[in-house]
Design a protein around this ligand. Structure first.
Ligand code: THU
Length: 136
């Protein structure tokens, strides 16, 4: 699957965003190494803090369905430039993605920038810092 195809899936997922508060719709599409695509949108809440970003919706859907190895994620919003993931989503990506996992950043105008998790969150805190690798 190409980056453009994954981005198209993120654009479709964005339409399902539940954003009565920010009115800012975001879509994500996560490609696993078996070729499966898990889509996600942002889902807000009147209490604000329970809100979930599109990226985390897609990642949690995948993990909960038993998918654990990923090759790329696309994220899109109607931003002037490409949208970029928040710090919380970068940390969640670091929990489940290899550092070289591709991240496609997009906007509705069709701009796509390809980056990696390592570039978005260098020196990420992870299980290795607690000497916990392989213990879970
Ligand atoms: N949001 C995402 O879903 N992903 C991002 O990459 C940036 C921000 C959401 C959170 C909130 O629902 C709205 O966009 C405004 O911050």
């Amino acid at each position: 699957m190409t980056g453009k195809e994954l981005m198209d899936a993120a654009v479709k997922a964005r339409e399902r965003a539940y954003v009565p508060y920010s009115k800012f719709k975001v879509g994500a599409a996560l490609l696993d190494r078996q070729g499966r695509v898990f889509s996600g949108c942002n889902i807000e809440n009147a209490a604000y803090s329970p809100s979930n970003c599109a990226e985390r919706t897609a990642i949690f859907k995948a993990i909960s369905e038993g998918s654990t190895k990923f090759s790329a994620i696309a994220v899109v919003a109607d931003s002037p430039d490409v949208v970029t993931p928040c710090g919380v989503c970068r940390q969640v990506m670091a929990e489940f993605f290899d550092p070289d996992t591709v991240v496609y950043l997009g906007n509705l105008a069709g701009k796509i920038v390809e980056t990696t998790l390592e570039k978005l969150l260098p020196d990420a805190f992870s299980a290795k810092d607690m000497r916990m690798e392989g213990r879970h």
